[in-house]
Design a protein. Sequence first.
Length: 384
Amino acid sequence: MNLFAPAYLDFLPDWLRLALGIADILIRLAALCWLPYNRKPVVALGWLMAIFFIPFVGFIAFLVFGSSRLPAYRRARQHAMNDLIREVSENKPFLTRTDDLSDPAKAASQLNYTLGSLPLVGGNQFTLHTDNHEAMVAMAEEVDRATKYVHFEFYITAYDEASAVLWDALFAAHERGVQVRVLIDHIGSRKYPSYKKLVKMLNDSGMQWRLMLPLKPWKLKWQRPDLRNHRKVLVVDGRVAFSGSQNAIHRSYDLPENVKKGLEWKDLTFSCTGPIVEELNAVFVSDWYSETNQLILAEINTAIPYYEDGMRAQVVPSGPGFETENNLRLINYLIYNAERRITICSPYFVPEETLLQALTNAAYSGIETTVIVCEKGDQFLPNM
């Protein structure tokens, strides 16, 4: 009997049982030495328990899902873009007046600039679109006016009855010589029936398009599969931009089970003009650089004007390309500085521990705290 392997492996040859037993010990030792560093204690403990109780399965799961870091070349490209963006704004976190801002508001803008490199800018105008179809039509109308370029970046899209008006405008813009660049998340759209049709149309058109965060290990393109790019951004000529929570697809996401359950997503989209458009464009340019290694400097405006009037705004990019959890830090900061009221509306509310603690602290402090979630959803965790 081999001392290094459990009895239930007695049917294996001695040499194989010995090898598995030694591998088991080495995996556990490596986990003890490596896992506790640069991880939240709860996360590290969870992985240690998985590896100690089911070593080989836990180890394989850790290799697939254990790291939230993107490959080194992606991180390097993001750092390079951050440095470039800071140079464009002359390393100034505020490109608008701040004398009438409270100290917490100024600190929030400084935090955002430190994390995401984009300054607070003035002179902006915003329009809110509450109807999905109306938002899609508004985007298509702006694409029809494009003369230089259109940048399209969406987590989920397909060619269906709802998005056809937008995609037809994009294909028409490409045909008349407008530079159209398209970024689509590699995983986000794959399960939707009309996505394959869109891919064929894109390939046939000759339009420049790329998949974001592709999972192609045979091409050495690999990262944790659940790390996705959820952005929804459309920029036209650096003149107008759209963003929000709406994907470029029908509200039912073209899935029969959603239609049967009556599930339709109600999203908000905003359109904007002013310097904030350049910030949204900078986010696209960064992501395009990450996916293609092409730096489209000609479409970055290096002269962001200073405005004292108009709505002030700031883009806070986040996601796996940033290692500092930008959105979480900002949201926690805002919650801890709230004085009267907090309202959160999310279809997928699975709060991280620090966010949950911030919210409960606010409620315990007498601040009016409201969380609005879906009565019915399509994901397991939010429905628990």
